[in-house]
Each structure stands twice: as C-alpha cells, then as structure tokens.
Design a protein around this ligand. Structure first.
Ligand SMILES: Nc1nc2c(ncn2[C@@H]2O[C@H](COP(=O)(O)OP(=O)(O)OP(=O)(O)O)[C@@H](O)[C@H]2O)c(=O)[nH]1
Ligand SMILES: Nc1nc2c(ncn2[C@@H]2O[C@H](COP(=O)(O)OP(=O)(O)OP(=O)(O)O)[C@@H](O)[C@H]2O)c(=O)[nH]1
Ligand SMILES: [Mg+2]
Ligand SMILES: [Mg+2]
Lengths: 277, 290
C-alpha cells in the first residue's frame, strides 16, 4: 500500500488479502479489518507504519495470553502427544525428549502408534540417536497396553517423564477418537491423576481445518497445549491466531525444522514479527 | 452453507428471467467468503470471481429454479471446469518401465500413496516396483518395505544417493520385466534449494514419465505457492490429493489445479493401502462449496 496511507478501499483490500494469505481465518481477518476501519475513521491511524503497528498489536493481543510452558509437576510426568496424520508428532516427541534430557531429566518414550507401518521403528530410531529408551510392543497390539507397560516401567525405574506417541488420526473418525479416550483412561487409572500434558501437534501449512482439529481434540480428550510445526516453511501458520482467538488452549512450542534441535518455546512477539518478515 | 446464504440474499421465490446486476454484486462477496473459508488461495479466488461474474451477468434463471439455485449451479459448474480436464490415468511410457516420481512436502502422504498406487496398478494387472529414495527420515525405508510386503509388490533400495537408488530401481525393474517403477522421495520444502536440486537430479537420471505432487487436502493458502515452485523447478505431470476422508473442504485442490495446470489424478481416502480413488471433479466441487 502507498507510502502515505490514503486509506481507501484498495488499501483495505490489500491488507485483507495479506492477512488471508497468512491463513488467518476469514472471521478473524474480518474482525481485525473492521476494527482498523473504526480507528482509521477516528484518525488514530494515519500512515502505512500506523496500519502495520495496529495490526501487529491486534494479533499480539490475541496471541500473548496463550503463551504457555510445559507443566511437569509429577514424577513421572506423563506427556501424551496427539494430532491428525503427518503433522510431525513423532519428530516433535524426539525434539521434546532431547530438550528435557538436556535439562537432566530421565525421559522414556512410549511407542503408542502400533498401527502405522514402521511407526515404532521411527520413534525407536530417534530414541537411539539421543540415548532415550523406547518402550514398545508388537505392531498391531493395543496402544493402551503399550501405555500401561510404559508407565509401569517409568514408575518402577524412577523416570522423570514419559512421552507417549500416538497414531495420527483424523478428528472425524469416531472410533479413533474413542481409542484416544481409552488411552487417556489407562493413564488416569494407573497414575490416579490426569496426564500432565496432552499436546496437540498442528501443521503450520494447514488451513481452516486446524480450527476443527483443535475443537474436536479438545472436546474428546482435553488439550493442555499446542505445538505448531513446520514454521520453517513459507507458511505463516496464521491458523494459530484463529485458534488462540477461539479456544483457551496454551501454545507451548513451535517446530522449525527436521533436526532434533528445531524446537522453540512459543513467543508471541517473535511470531508476530515473523508474520510480517 | 453457501446455498442458504445465497437464498437469504436473493429471496425464496422461484422467478423467471435473468439475474440482475444488483443480484450478482450481492452474491459475489458471499461466494468469495465461502471459497476463502474452503482454503482456496486468495489470488485464485479473485480470478475465479472475475470469471464467475462474466458467467452470471444476464444469466437466465432456468425455469423452476430459484435464483440462488441458479447461482449455486453456476459456481458448481465453474468449479468443475477449473478442477477437471486432463485424464486421470497414469501415462504409460512407450518404453517400459514407466517411472512415476512422487514428490511433495513433509507428511503429505507420499510413502503411503506410493503403496496405494502400487496396489492400484497391481489390481489393474500391472507389475510395479516400489523404490525407496528417502534416505533422510528415520525408518522411511523400512516403512516402504513393510508396505511393499503387505501388498506383495517388489521393493528396491540400495545404500547410495537418491539419484543412484532411482537408477538402480529402474535397472532392477528392467531385469525382472516389471512395467512400473514408483519412486518414493523424502518430504521437502519447496524453498529448500538443495532438496529441490535433488529432485532435479533424480529426474534427470531416470526421466520419469510422471512426476506427481502429493498434496494434503487440509493445506491452506500456501498450496498455490508450493505447486508453483514444484512445477517450475522440477516439472509436474499430475497431482494426488490425500486425506480426503476428513472434513477439510479441500480448496487446496482448486489452487493446485489452477496454478500447476496439471490434472488431479487420484485422491487418498484413508490410511489403508486400498484407500485410493480416482479423482472426481464434481465430488470435490460439491465439497468446496460446502
Ligand atoms: N520442515 C519441517 N518438517 C517437519 C517438522 N516437524 C516434522 N517434520 C517432518 O514432517 C514429516 C512427518 O513427521 P512425523 O513426525 O512422522 O509426523 P507424525 O505426526 O508422527 O505422522 P503420523 O504418525 O504418520 O501421523 C517428517 O518428514 C518430519 O521430518 C518441522 O518443524 N519442519
Ligand atoms: N486419513 C488418511 N491418512 C493418510 C492418507 N494418506 C496418508 N495418510 C497418513 O498420513 C501420514 C503421513 O503419511 P506418509 O506416507 O508417512 O507421508 P509422507 O509424505 O511420506 O511423509 P514424509 O516422508 O515424512 O514427507 C500417515 O499417518 C499416513 O497413514 C489418507 O488419504 N487418509
Ligand atoms: Mg508418528
Ligand atoms: Mg515418506
């Protein structure tokens, strides 16, 4: 838009197009644009820089309250990792395990994806690379059984954290969501408490469907945190803004690549700056 | 739902005659919103709306139809037009084996789709070989090997750089009289220069008849950019949309079809190896409208 923001409908169109291109949902874009129009009319917003600052502040205002950290209060702390197919759960578990191990915690992996070809081997390969033991059973066995085993071992051998991998599943598949509820019940029966973290892994390239994913996973098993992966791509991950606006779910980490160190705490300020890079 | 929103704008009564200019202006913004919410890329939306406007100006409301029904019909037809065209069959090479190279972003469903395609070909009387060219992802080779064993299809891998593996796979196929070679490649970002060059290297060594972009149906705005870069850098001959068994509206299909200019050949509709269907533009059009 022009240097001296003669704020006309063309400018508004350009701003709308930019925000939509970030995958911020239409509802939220509309809300931001309407608030911008009000402020323009009240002469608070005069230049191109003003507009940029206004929008950044708005988005920051939505995201900042959702910044969250891992809550690992118990021993062993139980982290359950869930999400739809291919979002980066298994890789993210490896990254988390590595992070916690660097903090001198004893971490155990639980190969809860007993369905997909070579899912167990994939997690175990990561575990071997970073010196973390993976508890597993045969391919096709009941995930609840693996989880039960893993937690028992964690308790008896004094582990600090158990991170449980689950199979990718579309939130629309009732039987698979039931399976997740069952896994949660197994954890609760064995530990007499809720899992310390139930982390939903979302792919930054996803469009509006991410909102459904957050909604359905939250309703099924309650989500304590979100990890947004693949932010090293050209995707801006704007769906996280819509999710932050709609749901009270903390955003805890972002994935920034395929290597073991490519995990960062979610920082609202950094995220907003990156939107406009 | 778009149809309901249009009906409240245009009125419930059946009416004769043509759509007026004011009718059209009112509905175009609703249609634009519907397409954006379906994750169609904003630039593709703008182009679509421009062309749709031309179709709608003075359009006759078919007898017995309400005005909003006529508009929905026009949108649907235009979507089918954008999405369709181009055969959904794999092109067979005049000198076998036919090499099919599968490419795409991380986690889009390439490895699973390679197995589905092999299964599909096997059921059509063909003899495919699955070739594992992903040397990066832990257990990627095992994943493809296990899938190959599940459907009793030949599997090839060797400890070498991906272009060498591909070449070895084609040789393996020739020696055994296999007529299709399906290359599974590592997921990669379209802006990763090194990895995009790797695809070019594989392509130059085995000269695939088909280079297929595997796209996750829930992909948002970036689908257009991804398709564009893969098309320009490596070349594409087709697209497969995965995870269509979910509730993603699938607007990425429209973006990719328009930008890459190559046909969508198949859709993945589940995690099992037989969950592959031919692409039907009319079905996806209906889904995008919502
Ligand atoms: N570029 C990039 N790739 C990532 C990131 N996180 C994961 N990946 C890649 O995404 C692909 C899928 O990762 P997985 O960890 O297998 O995903 P998943 O959710 O466990 O997949 P399923 O178990 O099959 O549902 C792999 O190629 C990873 O290397 C990230 O932050 N950036
Ligand atoms: N529901 C559903 N899941 C699918 C479909 N296609 C693939 N998947 C799942 O998506 C996830 C990722 O599939 P992969 O085949 O590992 O994806 P990929 O593109 O090879 O991943 P990378 O090699 O890491 O880039 C797995 O959990 C698959 O089972 C589909 O059509 N429907
Ligand atoms: Mg996994
Ligand atoms: Mg793969």
């Amino acid at each position: 838009f022009g240097e001296r923001a003669e704020i006309d409908s063309d400018t508004i169109d350009q701003i709308e197009e930019m925000l939509i291109s970030f995958d911020i949902s239409y509802n939220v874009v509309n809300k931001i644009i309407n608030e911008l129009k009000k402020d323009i009319n009240s002469k608070n917003v005069k230049t191109k820089e003003d507009i940029k600052k206004f929008i950044k502040d708005k988005i920051y205002g939505i995201l900042k309250p959702r910044e969250g950290k891992l809550n690992l209060k118990n021993k062993p702390s139980i982290i359950l990792v869930v999400g739809v197919n291919g979002t980066g759960k298994t890789t993210t578990i490896a990254k988390l395990g590595y992070l916690l191990k660097k903090q001198n915690l004893e971490v155990l992996f639980s190969a809860g994806d007993t369905f997909r070809a070579a899912a167990i081997e994939q997690l175990e390969a990561w575990g071997n690379r970073i010196g973390i033991t993976t508890i597993k059973q045969k391919q096709g066995s009941d995930p609840g059984g693996v989880v039960y085993d893993s937690i028992n071992i964690a308790i008896s051998k004094n582990y600090d954290v158990v991170i449980i991998d689950t199979a990718g599943r579309l939130h629309t598949k009732e039987n698979l969501m039931e399976e997740l509820k069952k896994i949660r019940r197994v954890i609760e029966k064995l530990t007499n408490r809720e899992p310390d973290e139930i982390l939903l892994v979302l792919d930054a390239l996803t469009g509006h469907n991410a909102i459904n994913q957050a909604k359905y996973f939250k309703e099924a098993i309650n989500i304590t945190g979100i990890i947004l992966t693949k932010l090293d791509s050209t995707a801006k991950g704007g769906i996280i803004v819509s999710i932050a606006d709609k749901f009270d779910i903390p955003i805890k980490f972002i994935g920034t690549g395929e290597k073991i160190e490519d995990l960062e705490p979610f920082d609202a300020h950094k995220f907003v700056d990156a939107l406009f890079d | 739902v778009l149809s309901d929103r249009l009906r409240s704008i245009l009125g419930k009564a059946s009416r004769k005659g043509r759509l007026s200019v004011s009718d059209i202006d009112n509905v175009l913004s609703e249609i634009k919103v519907a397409l954006i919410e379906a994750d169609v890329n904003i630039k593709v939306v703008r182009e679509f709306i421009e062309e749709l406007k031309v179709d709608l100006v003075g359009r006759e409301i078919a007898s017995g139809l309400k005005p909003h029904e006529e508009v929905v019909r026009a949108v649907y037809e235009k979507l089918v037009e954008y999405l369709g065209g181009g055969g959904s069959d794999l092109v067979v090479s005049p000198s076998p084996p036919t090499v099919v190279m599968m490419v795409g972003l991380q986690g889009s469903g390439k490895t699973t789709t390679c197995a589905k395609l092999a299964n599909f070909l096997k059921n059509s009387g063909r003899h495919p070989v699955l070739v594992a060219c992903d040397v990066y992802r832990p257990a990627a080779i095992i994943q493809l090997k296990v899938l190959a064993e599940t459907i009793n299809v030949d599997f090839f891998h060797k400890d070498a750089p991906p272009p060498e593996i591909a070449k070895g796979g084609v040789l393996y196929a020739k020696e055994r009289g296999r007529d299709f070679v399906i290359l599974d490649t590592a997921g990669r970002l379209h802006m990763d220069e090194f990895m995009m060059q790797e695809l070019v290297n594989i392509r130059d060594v085995v000269k695939p008849t088909e280079i297929v972009l595997v796209v996750d149906a829930m992909t948002g705005q970036e689908a257009a950019n991804v398709a564009k870069v893969f098309k320009e850098r490596v070349g594409l001959t087709g697209v497969i949309l995965t995870k269509m068994d979910g509730d993603a509206r699938g607007g990425a299909a429209l973006s990719v079809r328009k930008v890459a200019g190559v046909p969508i050949k198949f859709v993945g509709v589940g995690e099992k190896v037989d969950h592959l269907e031919r692409f039907h533009p009319d079905r996806v059009a209906g889904r995008i409208i919502g």
